[in-house]
Write a protein that binds this ligand. Structure first.
Ligand code: FAD
Length: 365
């Protein structure tokens, strides 16, 4: 038994003309694609499933019959891989192409699944995207860390030399990371990374624009993380829609993050149509993320409590609309954070970190 493809864009009738754009590495390199598609067996819709679809016999060879590769190049940001689109026209697959953790098609073409219905199968299919979302989170944390380090080193050229010197140091500590990445974590973290990169670039003034100083390049490379693997706003709306329908906890709120979530939930449930605004949805994902960071800190503190208090207060002012409270930027705290955020030396190439940077920069061209 073999399956064959028909593409159905949104709710229009089946067609062979639909295509999927912006697929990483498909233009020249990919030999196999993982395709999420609706499975129809004997005319009956069985929900979304993953299929392993061979695309070309070898890297850089033409696509297999029935597959048309289209170009999305040139894209902005990370230059190391190509992107493209794919159109399938009656592509035939063996039944083994169906990823079979939950669903199977036997040799007689009978479908069976351990999941009860199409909705459950869709949710399980989408869950496999978690790793796709962890990857931008962890890469984003490294980018923010690097930009903060470069900015701290640049501050040293302006008459306030850094005391701890992490450049070249092989010892490193890790920044707290979210324990449960998912729809709430990706939007907040990837927006935050862009904010950190923009703030660092600005604090380095014109030197932040120097292409060799990495920050502008990081910004271009990481811009895509608010769109790829699920648009940030759309994911924020998903989180808000769930929160509007069912409160996350029944007890009184214990933390700032919980208070924000509770207030928003009550506000939304009080509206006749249960609607929410974009800004409210974004505030909710910020609150969820703050909740995760705070519970990580409670179970495994990586910064002293006064620094954590500063982080929470700063976050609350900028993301949750809390009342401003002055923060004290003491030397001890700055040195601690400089050490904590020291990137691995291998990823630091900006000449801006060198002590003689300004002298080298002002030499005659
Ligand atoms: C460099 C790059 C690499 C990629 N790699 C891959 C890959 O390897 N594999 C893959 O499958 N895909 C890949 N993608 C595609 C990516 O997942 C999609 O681009 C992404 O999910 C956003 O979809 P879209 O581009 O259609 O934007 P749209 O969904 O059209 O979004 C455009 C705007 O509309 C808004 N919007 C959308 N829906 C709603 C709504 N319901 N309500 C309100 N506002 C809404 C969004 O917030 C956004 O501001 C890649 C994309 C890029 C840019």
């Amino acid at each position: 038994m073999r399956c064959s493809t028909t593409a159905t864009p949104s709710r229009s009738p089946a067609t062979n003309a639909a295509c999927k754009f912006w697929i990483g590495n498909i233009k020249h390199a990919a030999t196999v694609g993982m395709v999420l598609a609706r499975l129809v067996v004997d005319g009956q819709e069985q929900g979304h499933h993953w299929f392993r679809v061979p695309l070309r016999a070898k890297e850089n060879e033409p696509p297999l019959p029935g597959i048309t590769i289209l170009s999305s190049d040139p894209k902005g940001g990370i230059q190391a891989h190509q992107v493209g689109g794919a159109r399938f026209t009656g592509v035939r697959l063996p039944r083994e192409a169906l990823m079979a953790r939950y669903s199977r098609i036997d040799a007689d073409g009978r479908f069976s699944s351990t999941l009860p219905d199409a909705n459950a199968r869709f949710v399980r299919s989408i869950e496999t995207f978690v790793q796709e979302r962890v990857f931008p989170l962890s890469a984003g944390a490294r980018a923010a860390e690097l930009a903060a380090h470069l900015t701290w080193r640049f501050a040293g050229h302006r008459g306030d030399p850094p005391v701890a010197g992490p450049k070249g140091s092989s010892e490193r500590t890790t920044v707290p990371r979210p324990a449960v990445p998912g729809p709430a974590a990706l939007p907040r973290a990837s927006w935050l990374v862009l904010d950190v990169l923009a703030a660092c670039r600005e604090m380095c003034g014109s030197q932040g624009f120097h292409s060799h100083n990495q920050i502008v390049t990081l910004r271009t490379d990481f811009e895509v993380n608010v769109t790829f693997a699920g648009d940030n706003s759309v994911m924020a709306y998903q989180v808000a829609r769930n929160a509007a329908r069912s409160p996350a906890f029944a007890r009184p709120a214990r933390t700032l993050a919980e208070r924000v979530e509770q207030d928003l939930g009550e506000l939304w449930r009080g509206r006749p149509d249960g609607s929410f605004t974009h800004d409210e949805a974004v505030t909710l994902v910020h609150a969820r993320m703050l909740g995760l960071i705070m519970s990580e800190h409670d179970s495994d503190p990586q910064v002293p409590q006064p620094i954590m208090d500063d982080l929470v207060a700063d976050f609350a002012v900028h993301r949750l609309g809390a009342v401003h409270r002055p923060l004290s930027a003491e030397r001890e705290k700055i040195d601690f954070l400089a050490e904590l955020l020291a990137p691995v030396p291998e990823i630091v190439s900006a000449p801006m970190v060198d002590d003689g940077y300004l002298a080298a920069f002002s030499r005659p061209a």
